[in-house]
Every structure is written in C-alpha cells, then in structure tokens.
Design a protein around this ligand. Sequence first.
Ligand code: PXP
Length: 391
Amino acid sequence: MPALITSQTAMPPSISLQHLRQRTERLMRLCGCAENELSILLVDDPGMAQLNEQYRNKKGPTNVLAFAMLEGEGIPPVADLLGDVIISLDTASREALADGVTLHQRVTILLIHGLLHLLGLDHERSRAEAKAMADREKQLLHQLLTEERRGKMVSLAINVDHVATLRQARGISEPDPVLAAGICELAGAQGIVVHLREDRRHIQDRDVQLLRQTVKTKLNLEMGATEEIIGIALEIKPDMITLVPEKRKELTTEGGLNVAGQKKKLQGVIARMRTAKIPVSLFIDPDSRQINAAHEVGATFVEIHTGRYCDAATEAMRDKEFGLIATAAEEAYEMGLRVNAGHGLNYLNTRRVAALGTIEELSIGHAVMARAILVGLDQAVREMLALLPAG
Ligand code: PXP
C-alpha cells in the first residue's frame, strides 16, 4: 500500500482515514512518486513534543515533522519508502480553527508540506526556497481539490409526492406517481424520491410497494423515524432512506433534523438499516453541529436543507444562505460523508448549488411538478437536468 496511515491518538470524528489515504495517494501521483511508499503518523501534542525534542532538540509540539529516507536526495527508487510524515492533530485542530478551514483540509495542507520536505524542498534554506515551497503547496492543494471534484456528476432525484397529492385531492387513482416516476426516469432522472408520511396525505403504501418493483434507478424513501415507517422501510428495502423531521400540521418539511439532540435514537435507526443494507441520509440544516453529529451517528449521507437559500427575500440574504450551504457541504464532504441537497430548488436557483462540486445529488419536487403541468413532465425533467454540470 503506497500510503500507510497510523494513528497514535484518538481520531476526531471529522477525520476520515479512508479519505485521507485516498488524498495522500492522489498527492503522491501529482508529485510523481505514486510508486513509492509513504508512512504517515497522526499523534497528539505530547507525542509530537517528545519527537520534536528527540529529533530536533526543540521544546514543545509542532504541527508537522518529516523524516526522509534519503535526506536531500529527491525521490528514492520505485517501491522504496519516501519517509515519514508526522502530524499533530491537536495542533492541526487549533490551526484549522484559526484559519477557518476544516480539520481535514488543515491536515491535507500539513501533509503536502511534509511530502514536499521528503521530496527535497526546504523552506528553512532560503527565502527564495520558502516562497517556492509555499507556491508549490498552494498549487498542489488546488490541483488536488480540482481533481477530486472534477468529473463528479450531480444527479437529479425527482420527488413525485405532488403527483400523489393531486390524486388524493380527488380520492381516485389518477394521476399515478408510479407512472410519473417512470416518465422521470425515461427523461433522465437518476433517482426517485417519495415521502411516506404518517398521515398518508399523498404517497400511499401501495405506491412505495409498486415503486420498489418498478424504479430502475434508485428509490429514496423519505420518512420520519417512527416505528411504523421504519418497519415498512425494512420490509420494502428502498435503495436508501432519508430521515426527516415530520410534523402533522406542516405543509412541507419545515426544517432539518436535530441530529445532535437525538444521537442515540438515530444511531439505533441507522444500525437497524445497516443490517438491512439500507444507507441512511439525514436531512439537516447547513450547520456544523448537525454535520458533526451526523458523522458521529454513522450516517452515510447528509441532505443539506436548501430551503432558506431558496426562500431568501433579498440578494444579500440569498448570498449569505448560499455561503452557509457551501461551507456545510464542504465540511461534510471533507469528513467523508456523501452530500445531497434539496428543498425549494427551482429553475433559477439550482445551478449555483449544483456547481459546488461537493454535492452528489439534488432532490427536487415542487418546481419540476409545477412546470410539468404547463410543459409536460418529460420536458420539465430534461430542463432541470440541463442545469446540472455534466460529468
Ligand atoms: N428534500 C426533502 C428532505 C424534502 O422534504 C423535500 C420536500 O418533500 C424535498 C427535498 C423537495 O423539495 P421541493 O419539493 O421543494 O423541491
């Protein structure tokens, strides 16, 4: 394995070892040393202080230390060890906070710094070399993030609840959300979403059962975490579920889940879904606390609530809300969570969210159905797909 990562300290929930390993290997490729091996050690401040004293005769911890196998001789032969990069997660956490970046990003920057040392660059030799090293660090970080996010297609999952709302208004069998889902898929939608509410105001049990048999892309069952609906999900086995808060009196889902306030309960639901191999997404507001909690309880996805961005009354408020979504998506992505987004997205505000590069799937219902009444469902879906960045 080209990158061997060992941790001698408790891993903060915001660090994903798998993501860090993928990043290291990508970085090694960008630096032309993909065929070598690299050892990374994550330590705490006391551990780092000990190493700093032992090898550099310096008191106290530092953020990163690098020990090359071949001091100053560049890249060793293929398959040989480049050396060790040691990172203090305590110091990295403080620096992340001060710089306003995620811990994952700060660790990535320290990793790049250490790797460049192993490849022979040294900022302590001269000012010119310090500048060259800082420039190369920036360039590598940019290359890494662009490469990671490039070619990521954003998929479109269509919520067909409103088709059922129309049907229920007459209490007959038309229009059928199952047929509508097929039309959405034929138009290119990559997923179908339905919300089986406790009060069955639109989607019915029969719809979910039939959709399980007919959906060819991916069926995402939106649901409240109640025993009855959990039982249905475990029996029907959708491709994934999205847990949302549900209130009987609301017109539509009003806010994100308070994951931080019900960790134990959600952990239990996620564990039950895991045994049935059903990935769980948690619908949350763009808020660090909720993202950390979603990661802690073992969610596979988060769906970031875009409602406040979509409903913003002024341009300035819209920009502010968009900033929150962008930061939250980045944070969740950097933790290794898969990131979806939705609520209130329409033909005017979707492109900006879809272009973020950290979002995997958008869940859109109302805007597409409203347009479908005027131009047809097939065209409404295709027009929405045309707004998403192609892979
Ligand atoms: N995501 C979630 C969690 C939702 O509850 C809804 C509304 O059902 C949507 C996305 C879609 O929202 P809209 O209908 O406004 O596109």
